[in-house]
Design a protein around this ligand. Structure first.
Ligand code: ZN
Length: 328
């Protein structure tokens, strides 16, 4: 993804800061433990000289000495682990976990950018950092059915608000489970405050946590990017734009709240169609009724959605209002 030099530097500096912080922690812990447990310092010394000796024999082609050295090294390592455990320290105390174990917080795996780097770039370009905070709150752990009534029934499906919510949650979980193997898309509609955005956020959190790239847009902000790319200085093949087609999951929230016109209608078709062709998943949420969708966008957009998306109507009492009443 073509970042500007300044953006790239910003990200690399973050990785460097993370690595520095980690080595600072390791050094401080090492000092603390060496004072407390002098044997540990001896063992660390023995482990490193034994490793060096092993490497030397290997280079010299002296395979005969290797098994003995290996046994010796393993004995030192086990003794170190025992020493830590006996004194109540976790085994990784001197090697604390990385923020991203895949690239060891370098942002790169070999010459390739790590998934964490790609997502960090997306977050930076689309200034999604606020989304991270929202996802700390809005996720499956915090999801509550208490706002969905078990007496309010949707006449068109015969399902209660609660049953509908349960169905939506299991649909989302299936979506997440099959994400890497099955191409699926979700379309949530229904009145304001029925939890559509919340559910999309739950999915976003799970997929981000498993290293997928996710871009979140409200419909107005998505169309602003399209406008900028079509009428602005940026060329249509610029990275920002391409990412909208390429990211693992695109979330378009509140479709229909943008100022709609022929341009938004054609861009929406282009975007959804392109993602379907590339088999990249999309989640759309809207307050619009299904019929309005055809009126505002086009028949062909509607047909793409109805044939490629799992469609679910959420309904119930406005959760935002319920939460406000609770706080009184
Ligand atoms: Zn990484």
């Amino acid at each position: 993804m073509p970042l500007s030099n300044a953006q790239y530097d910003t990200l690399i500096r973050r990785y460097e800061a993370r690595q520095l912080e980690r080595s600072r922690i390791v050094r401080a812990r090492q000092q603390e433990l060496y004072q407390k447990l002098p044997r540990l310092a001896e063992l660390d010394g023995a482990i490193s000289s034994s490793s060096v000796a092993q490497a030397k024999k290997l280079i010299e082609g002296d395979d005969g000495a290797l098994p003995r050295l290996k046994r010796q090294l393993n004995a030192f390592i086990s003794e170190k682990e025992r020493l830590l455990a006996d004194n109540g320290y976790p085994p990784d105390y001197l090697s604390p976990p990385y923020g991203c174990p895949d690239c060891k917080d370098t942002g790169y795996i070999g010459k390739e950018k790590c998934h964490c780097f790609k997502q960090a770039a997306i977050d930076l370009v689309y200034t999604q950092s606020n989304i991270r905070q929202i996802l700390e709150q809005e996720n499956f752990q915090n999801f509550s059915y208490q706002y969905y009534s078990d007496s309010l029934t949707n006449p068109s499906t015969g399902l209660t608000s609660l049953e509908t919510a349960r169905q939506a949650v299991s649909l989302c979980k299936e979506f997440i489970q099959g994400f890497d193997t099955e191409f699926r898309n979700l379309f949530f509609y229904g009145d304001t405050g029925t939890g559509k955005t919340y559910l999309s956020n739950c999915v976003a959190k799970e997929l981000l946590d498993t290293g997928h790239s996710v871009i979140y847009f409200t419909a107005p902000s998505l169309f602003r990017v399209f406008e900028k790319n079509t009428f602005g200085r940026e060329s249509p093949d610029s990275g920002d734009y391409q990412n909208i087609f390429e990211c693992d999951l695109l979330i378009i929230d509140d479709l229909g709240t943008e100022l709609s016109n022929a341009f938004t209608s054609s861009q929406l078709f282009l975007c959804l169609n392109e993602r379907i062709l590339r088999r990249r998943s999309t989640i759309i949420s809207t307050n619009l009724a299904f019929g309005q969708l055809v009126d505002i966008y086009s028949e062909r957009t509607f047909s793409r959605i109805s044939s490629n998306y799992a469609i679910l109507k959420l309904f119930g009492n406005d959760i935002r209002i319920q939460k406000k009443l609770e706080r009184r």
